[in-house]
Design a protein around this ligand. Structure first.
Ligand SMILES: [Zn+2]
Length: 701
């Protein structure tokens, strides 16, 4: 996948409602009387619990799309025999078998050796506070002594973004083309969290043009050049004792790429003649007929627009598409304009690309973005991130007037050199950004509206179309065919293409993540399943538990109510008026009547029950009672947290009351504890309380 924005900087608000409001009780008129009048407690309690259960179920359903391996196992999936050292070749998708752009990661295992092919992250996870997902590597941990290498097809994040999390834990050298290794070093360098002590990044740069072969354990590896939307893209050819495996990585067969680095079809044909056991082919766009147009078809469009633009020009594109950056630099230079660049991820990749000779910028062409404002309008082209309308991206900030150096104005021109990522929900973000651009009087050119904008094509996909997927099969002539890096439907369609190309249907497999595909020279079959799943990562790079996500989803849907009661240990009466704290539930100041009724109810419940049962049971009953009361009166079921602070009575009269009530002989009251003791006791109580609360929440999950 070429299309993932790589500069996610802020939490993305979830645009998905947690649940449709199908709770019939919500439509009932809200009771305004004080609680407890004329109700059927049992029925209402049931309704309240059911309502909360529904919210929980919805939260579970959404969060469970991204369960880690422990969660997957608890769903009753069979575990494969881990210690299978039979002379079978095993290929397991730890990620990427459920969708393109989704933490692509394949494991190849043979007796005492294993390699990982690609190790990406999934930027499409739409959960509160989550930046991306990575593959759960529980299984890889269990065979860590076998792991010899990580081999990378290309430098997009959905193929390398998992490395800074996983490699330090399960170290092995990372193999890839010069540009891919440059990208790997870049993401390790920019990673937010410190690496574990003693960890050293080990990389092996391979030449994808010379058919260089390296021995890795029982395997030989070779990289073969393919065209995609990032330099240095390759197929991985892995010769194993059972046969030759080819992982295409992401590819298209561009006959005329800008860097003249065409797919090495001659080598692929040669490998095919020698014999290929299995082709693992990417499945991003298997539903697109024909051939993907060449990158060179869009060159003239940029030349034309730059020639005619009256003022400054801003081009938004994907941050790693360095060939396109080169194309725009060339067009700018041709028209005597200077080039500035904005967007942290893009600048970082450009620096690496220039250092390794992938992008050439004529001397005096490049100007810092900070000095862009001082330049004459007709002298400037700005290349920037934000073509997907990503929050906080350069172009997005310019559109809203929040950019530090650039204030857009009439006669400026903006070119969006991309199309919305399919199924990403980015259409809306792009649309509202374009709205803002037009409001500023800016000329906007988009690929989708090129006919009405009177311009040529502005974007081509980095992925193959059906005829190119067919070509890949014709060149490599595999015995077995396994579609990878796509969702079930895209992979199914890829199998149809393979069958059309003469591969026996019995020699194809639509495998899921975790499926163990075993190969002998004559047979391919699924022999079991290993733990797999998604581990969620937040903005800081830290791992976030699925339990936390469920709480966030429930909080987002129903809010939170905490009641803090201070109860006299001896009398069982409330010493102060109950404190009620709500977040995201109702606005207390607008609900005075309800709050008064709520306080009365809390007082009544405490007086009735506190002395009769132990504290734990009291809190559990109180929680139920509050849930029921709130549901009856508002139709909502927020998360309820009861906090009960029990204090010993301070006045002289109270001990005597206790003495009379209990009928026991008088006991001498202990001396008043020091303030330090009180504080320490309180701290301890709150710690216990917290532990209990957390325990309760975990159980409901
Ligand atoms: Zn890609």
């Amino acid at each position: 996948m070429d299309n993932k924005p790589s500069n996610q900087t802020g939490p993305r608000p979830s645009n998905r409602p947690v649940r449709s409001n199908n709770n019939p009780n919500n439509n009932q008129p809200k009771a305004k009387t004080s609680a407890g009048q004329g109700r059927n407690p049992r029925a209402n309690r049931g309704a309240a619990i059911r309502a909360q259960r529904r919210t929980q179920d919805d939260a579970h359903r959404i969060a469970n799309k991204y369960l880690d391996a422990s969660g997957q196992q608890s769903e009753g999936q069979p575990r494969a025999n881990f210690i299978d050292d039979s002379p079978r070749l095993k290929i397991i998708g730890l990620g990427g078998m459920d969708g393109g752009g989704s933490k692509n990661m394949l494991l190849v295992e043979y007796m005492n050796d294993a390699v990982i092919m690609d190790c990406g992250n999934d930027l499409g996870v739409d959960l509160p506070g989550i930046n991306y997902g990575i593959a759960d590597v529980t299984y890889l941990e269990s065979i860590r002594h076998k792991l010899r290498a990580y081999i990378i097809t290309h430098g997009h994040l959905d193929h390398i973004g998992g490395l800074p999390h996983i490699v330090p834990k399960i170290p092995a050298p990372i193999y890839g083309s010069k540009f891919s290794i440059g990208r790997v070093e870049e993401i390790f360098g920019n990673f937010g969290l410190p690496m574990p002590e003693g960890f050293e990044l080990q990389t092996v740069t391979m030449n994808e043009n010379t058919h260089e072969r390296l021995k890795i354990g029982a395997f030989f590896v070779e990289l073969v050049r393919v065209t995609h939307s990032i330099p240095g893209s390759t197929c991985i050819v892995l010769d194993t004792p059972v046969g030759r495996i080819i992982n295409t990585g992401d590819f298209r067969l561009d006959p005329n790429p800008l860097d003249h680095e065409r797919t090495d079809t001659e080598r692929l044909e040669q490998l095919g003649k020698e014999g290929v056991l299995a082709l693992l082919s990417e499945s991003t766009t298997t539903e697109r007929p024909g051939r993907t147009p060449s990158e060179s078809t869009i060159e003239q469009s940029f030349v034309d627009i730059i020639e005619q633009a009256p003022g400054r020009i801003f081009v938004g594109l994907f941050s790693t598409n360095m060939n396109r950056v080169q194309m725009i630099i060339n067009a700018a230079v041709h028209h005597g304009r200077k080039v500035a660049m904005d967007g942290r991820s893009m600048v970082s990749t450009l620096e690496m690309a220039v250092r390794h000779g992938y992008v050439r910028i004529p001397k005096g062409t490049f100007v810092p973005i900070a000095s862009a404002a001082t330049m004459k309008d007709h002298e400037l082209v700005v290349v920037c991130t934000g073509s997907q309308g990503e929050p906080s991206s350069a172009l997005q900030r310019m559109s809203t007037g929040d950019h530090r150096h650039i204030k857009l104005k009439e006669q400026d021109t903006v070119i969006l050199s991309s199309t919305p990522i399919p199924y990403s929900g980015n259409d809306e973000k792009i649309r509202s950004m374009v709205d803002e651009l037009y409001k500023k009087g800016v000329h906007v050119f988009r690929h989708e509206t090129r006919e009405i904008d009177h311009c040529g094509p502005l974007h081509v996909s980095g992925h193959a179309s059906i005829d190119e997927y067919k070509d890949m099969m014709r060149m490599t002539k595999p015995k077995f065919f396994v579609p990878i890096y796509g969702d079930f439907t895209a992979k199914r369609q890829h199998i149809e293409i393979a069958v059309e190309e003469g591969i026996a249907r019995a020699n194809t497999l639509n495998a899921d993540n975790g499926d163990v595909i075993a190969f002998t020279p004559d047979k391919m079959e699924i022999i079991g399943k290993v733990p797999h799943g998604t581990v969620l990562v937040d903005q800081t790079g830290a791992i976030v538990s699925n339990v936390v996500i469920k709480d966030r989803l429930m909080l987002a849907e129903e809010g939170l109510v905490a009641v803090v009661l201070t109860v006299d240990k001896k009398t069982g009466q409330l010493i102060t008026s109950p404190d009620i704290i709500t977040r995201g539930f109702i606005y207390i100041r607008d609900s005075e009547e309800l709050m008064n009724a709520f306080r009365t109810e809390l007082r009544r419940a405490t007086a009735q029950r506190f002395k009769r049962i132990d504290l734990d049971r009291f809190k559990a009953e109180l929680k139920d009672h509050v849930m029921q009361f709130l549901f009856e009166n508002t139709g909502r079921s927020p998360i309820v947290i009861p906090v009960v602070n029990v204090v010993s009575g301070g006045s002289n009269s109270r001990p005597s009351v206790e003495k009379q009530q209990s009928g026991k002989p008088a006991v001498i009251e202990p001396a008043q504890p020091s303030p330090e003791q009180v504080a320490a006791d309180q701290q301890l109580r709150f710690q216990e309380l917290r532990a209990k609360l957390l325990g309760q929440d975990a159980r409901t999950d």
